[in-house]
Structures are given as structure tokens and as C-alpha cells.
Design a protein. Sequence first.
Length: 754
Amino acid sequence: MGNAKLQAFVPFLYLVWSDDLLTQKEFQTLTTFIKEQNWLNKEEKEYLFTQIDPSRPPKRETINTWKEVIQNCITNNPSVTSSFDVAKLLSKNDAEIVSLQIPFLKLESDLGFLGEEIVSTFKNQSNTITSQSISVSKFDVAKLTSLLDGDQVGIINKVKTVISRPEFAFFEKTDSNQYRTKVYEWCQMLAKENFGNKAYPKEYGGGDDIASYFAIMETLSYHDLSLVIKFGVQFGLWGMSVYSLGTQKHHEKYLKDIGNLKLPGCFAMTETHHGSNVKGLETTATYNHKNKTFSIHTPHPKAQKEYIGNAAVHGQMATVFAKLIIDNHDYGVNAFVVPIRDKEGNPMKGVTIGDCGKKMGLNGVDNGTLQFDDVVIPKEDMLDRFASINEEGAFESPIPSDNRRFFTMLGTLVGGRIGIPRSAMAAAKSGLTIAIKYGDQRRQFGPDGGSEVPILNYRIHQRRLLPHVAKIYASHFGLQYLTTRFLDRTEEDMQEIEALAAGMKAYVTWSARDILQECREACGGKGYLSVNRIDALKNDTEIYTTFEGDNTVLMQLVAKSRLSEFRKTFGEMGSLGIINYVYENAKTVISEKNPIVTRTTDATHLLDFEFHLQAFQYREKSVLASAAKRIKKVIDDGLEPYDAFNVVQHHMIEVAQAYLERVFLEQFQQVVDKIKDEPIKKVLQNLLQLYALSQIEKNKAWYLEEGYMEAIKTKAIRKMVNQLCWEIRPHAVALVDAFAIPDSCLAAPIAFEA
């Protein structure tokens, strides 16, 4: 606005745009006023109309410049009492403007502003702590990214490069058929990059590198989750079931074509009536001695295979889990390779294929149903690593126990319960990155007379998001630990690894669900717009809490595993034994329960890792011991063990949660201890403290009931959580930048708007 007369409009333009929204009334009022000012020439009017165009709002920098101009005018002219005084001064007391006091005051009134109050507000502007907080990266973000990526940095960067290509650009997903086709095309591109066969042996075209496969799954999750699940079904569930449950003949026959996607397939375990209860499956595989074949059969509609990814459109074969029947004897659930389509896409004889249709999310995955009407397959297509039929037609197995054989077979598939939480975590990282960056830029309210403040400066907004950042870092290091345990597994470790995988799958996918909901709300209406991607992240990860095992069922599994370990160690212990167990390895627990320590609130104590670990251990051991004691009591009172576990199911969830929280805490701490870079160590230490104290705060009712803490201490913990959020806030953007999500994948406009 080089024209001095036009400067008179600055106060009014600032007032209507300061909240980033020009209302219809404001637009009409200003338009009418400008049209009526005959002293403005055509070009001046047209210029002013561009400044009140609702479709092209001014940039935040422009609004801030207007505000600064007004502020300087009022500061340098203390006698100013109204917005019209400001208008006159900005126009350099132009005679025409001076003569228009009444029209300008009427404009002020019509816009609903009181000039005296506005000027007073500017005069009383506060220089507040809240408004001064800004994002400042005091550590090397690239070094933190390197720490997060670890040994997999090479494959992670390669995947990021591929999914940043133009052919992987996002597109409108309104047509499910087109979306399914696009996802399949993406999978073919990834297969050409040898991403799909990464975990398979080199002799079958693979990379013999399962660690890289997990890293690929996680990194792909920054892009499109339908792609991740389609990829995981094809190369993970279908391919790895053939690899893990089959033998050399199956590997030679199928693995290469699975790895390069010449042979699309699926994993047919779940049935309509049995869900997670694999032992209860009703599909049968009856052995025919005469021609040495199996007949795969669905006995009734509710025994159909359901929710099967890749089945509705693209799959040509399936790993089918069915009860093996030989001479009318049921040998339990085994796995079989069954053709479901020919190469032209037509269903094979006896195979009925359905389409699950539109879902809440993941509509790029063609989930379907499968029914088999005595479909005949050769004897060689039984996946026979753990069970087989000999030449005489008799059942054989290197594992004589039916129960142990069943769980050994399922244990080979535990990798899926590592890939899914890593994918969910990546989705949560995307949501947090969008929400944190938006919160750092989006301004709302502010001190009287001051600029509007980034919403991330508000402590309640920090409270909403920053504990989740801490939790996702804890999840990252916890899942790295699980992956390493799985890669280095021994037979003796498998039970604990399976329990860890089940528990972390549940814990992290539940966390992702909650994090993405908070991110959506924290971004307000912008978070509700599909263009900003949180809706897709939310909808696509919703099912993560259910597939690869329902989370609640998995947490029961974890708790039973913990109780099993408890019984092995202590047997039929009495009350004294349980008390000793709870206190074991928690050196200061007894002292902490004295009246002084339960009330300790000084910062040094509250931020001390030993206090955090002891609190987590005490909760874990106490909840486990009380669950064991409770089960024993109800059984002693006459209930069957099955009923006893049913009575305490809610208690079992707490057992699993307490165990997992302790594992995540310890793994986070071990990472922090090894860091040499002091600035990174400091910020991660603060995140670790925030994770620990926010979990203690979440469980404060339990600690209060136990007498482990008094109210004065839990209140102090609440204040410390607030303070840690405030101290971490300047690093928040850098902490999510360290995830190094490609811009083309993040894609949400609100993550980039300045």
C-alpha cells in the first residue's frame, strides 16, 4: 500500500483478518463502503477489493505486518484514542481522510468494533512467556534420524526414494476398483525393486534378510496403508507361510514366483464363526488314500474363510488352514496350498469367491470370502514342515504332542505381529508430524494487544500431543528390541518372544488409534479434511487393533504367559512368597512405602529413572501376583479353571499392560544410556521422563489405592508432566522431523503452510 490514503484502511483490514476468517457480513460491509468512496479512483478500489477477497486471504506475514504498523503508530503517538486516529496518522493526515471521520466511525461500528477498546488493547500489549515460545532445534536432527534408523538406514532410504517417485503420487480413492488396481500396480513396482522377496532365501531370488523386510513394511507405511497390507499379505502372510510351514519342494515350486508377484496369493485362516480361535476352524482337508490327494471342504457357510486379503480380485492360490482328516480321525489344524483362480482370473472348480465390499478403510485391499466344495489338491501341497503323510498314508510329525505342534506351527508366523505394530507406529508418526507442525504454525488467541499465539504454545495443546510423541519414541525402541529378539531367537526364547510380539502388537496399535484420534481433534476442522490425510490414517489403522489377533485376546495371551512364568518360578506359593516376589529386585520398594517417600515431591526424585523403574516394576509384580492369588482363590472356592480365568479377565489386561509398560521403559532407557551426543541425549532423556511420568499419572488411581504414593505426590507428578511438555515444546518439530517422512508421503497441506 504505497498510496498514503490507502494506509487508512490498514486498521480495518487487520481487524477483519486477524482471526483468519472474513465473514460474509464483514465482506459486504467493506465492499459497500469502498464502492461509496468517490474519492477513491478505479485502480485504488480494485486494489482494496483484492485485499478482502475471501477466496484469496492474505498471508500471515501480511497480517503481522499490518499489526506491526498499527502497533508502532500507537506506541509513537500516545495521544491516539481511536482506530480513526490511527487511520489519519497512517494516511499522514491526508485532508480527504480527515474529512471522513463520520463515515469511518460508522464503518467501525458496522463491523462491530469499538475503536477505543482496540487502541487500549494495543497500548496494554503483554510480552508474555507463552507468546515467546518458539521452535528451536538444539540438536542435530539428521543424527537423531540415524539413531532411529539404525542398521537399516540403507534400505529405509531406498524405500523412501521409491515411494517418492511421481508414479506413487496419492490420488482420489473414491472408486474402490480403481484403488485396488492402483495398489496392485504399486505392489508390482515394489516387487521389481526386490522388496517383496527380501526375507526369502537367496536361492529362490530373495535377499535372506528379514530385518530389511520389517524395515520395508514400516517405511512403506508412510505412504499408503492399503499398499502396506496388500504387500504384507502377498509377501508376508502368503509367501512366509509357504516358506515357514513348507519344505524344500514347496520353496522350489512357489517362492520365486511369489517373490516377483507372478503368483499372487492369500492367507486363508480366519473363518466366519471362529475368528481368532484357530483351533476351532471347521474347514476340512480329508486325505484320499487311493489317489494320494486331499479334498478341501467347507462344511457349512459359517465355516467359510472370511476377510481374506487378495482373495476378492487378485489371488490365484491360498494357504488354507484346515483340519486334517485321515480315516475319519481329526489330526488338528494344518496348512495346505490350494489354487483358487486360474491365470485368467476365473475361480477354480469347487471354489466360491465372494467380495467383502467397502470397508471403513484399506479399500485398496481386495478382502474376500472363500468356500471350498471338495476341492482336490495333490498330497505334495500339504505344507509339511511339522506334519506329513507317509507313503503308507499314515500321519507323521517330528512333534508328537498335538498341542505343541499346533503352537509351534503358529509360532513360525509371529513375524506378522512384528510388522503390524511397526506399520501402525509409522502411521502414528505421520499423524503426529502433521499435528505438531500444524500446531507450531496455526495461531489462535493471544495476550491482550499481542499477536495470536501458535496453538502448540498452549500447555493443554502440549498435553494433548507431546506425551504421545514420548510414547511413540518408546514404542520405536521397544519394537526395535522385539525385532532383534526375534532375529536372534532360540527355541527356548520363543514363548517369551511370542508373548512380547502379541503384547506389543496390541499396545502399539491401540496407541496408534488413540494418537490419531487426538491428532485429528488437535487439528480442528483442518484435521477433518481428507486432503490432510488424518482421516485415511485413522480409518486404515482402525482394523490394526483386530487383525493378526484381536488386541483384547492377545493381551489375555500375554497375561497367561506371564502367569505361566510366575507359576514355574514359585509354584504353589503362599502369601509370604507372593509378597517376597513383589519386593524382589525392587531394592527401595519397602522404603518407598514409608510415609516420607510416598509423599516425596522434589524434582530430582520425580525425574529419577530409578524411581520410574521401581514404580513400574512394583506395579507389574503386584498386579501379576494379585492376579495369581485371585485365580487360586476362586479355584479353591470350587470354580473350574476356565471359569476362574473368565472371572478375572479384566485383571488379565492389567497384567499385560503393566508388563509391557515396564519393557518399553527399560528399552527406552537402555537406548538413552548409550547415546554419546549430549544434545540428543538430553532431549531423549526428557522424552523418557515424560513417558514414564505420564504412564504413572495414567495409573495414579492404582498407586493411590496401593498406598505406594500419596495424593501430594501424584499431584506433583501431574505438574511435572506439564513442565516436561513445556520444556520439550521447542524441540517438538525437530523430534517429528527426525522421523524423516518424505514430503510427498506426508502430503498434508497443513504440515507445510507457513
